[in-house]
Design a protein around this ligand. Sequence first.
Ligand SMILES: [Zn+2]
Length: 174
Amino acid sequence: RMLYYKETLEPRIEAIRQLQAGLNMRGLLPLIKKHSEEFSKFFVFNAISIDYFQFVDEFKPIFQPEGSNKFIREETIYKYFCDYVESCNSSDNATHSLSDVCQFITGSMNIPPMGFQPKIVVKFVHDCDHDCQCYPEASTCAYVIKLPVHINSLQEMITKMDEAIINAPFFFKG
Ligand SMILES: [Zn+2]
């Protein structure tokens, strides 16, 4: 992140300051800040918001054989997970956007035009220690997310995913 900052942002900081000052002079800056979503398309290259259904379509859950106890548990966990993603899409109170979730899992803030190759594998972690404190875990280089099956509610999924994303080492909330 530091390297990115030095190489990409630092040479532009003065230009950004001047742009800010210019916008401020015309009273535009507060407006832009207030409506950053609408204005982002003018400033951010390719700031397409991710479509929920398209995103969920990128997931490939690896379930145990149908009918087994593990499968039943995994289906529930996967539903919590998809509901979490949905809440990031539609809830005004969501901590993270779909782009944040996408970045957490894949390192990329957008779905590539042809989709992820390979698709995002969703794995389920069984057999945790009784008093474990584990969180959903992503490996961005392999497009894998691991979900512990002891998550017991949608609310717990929301809390754990939100915290996992905030604590991800590369996560950069601008
Ligand atoms: Zn655990």
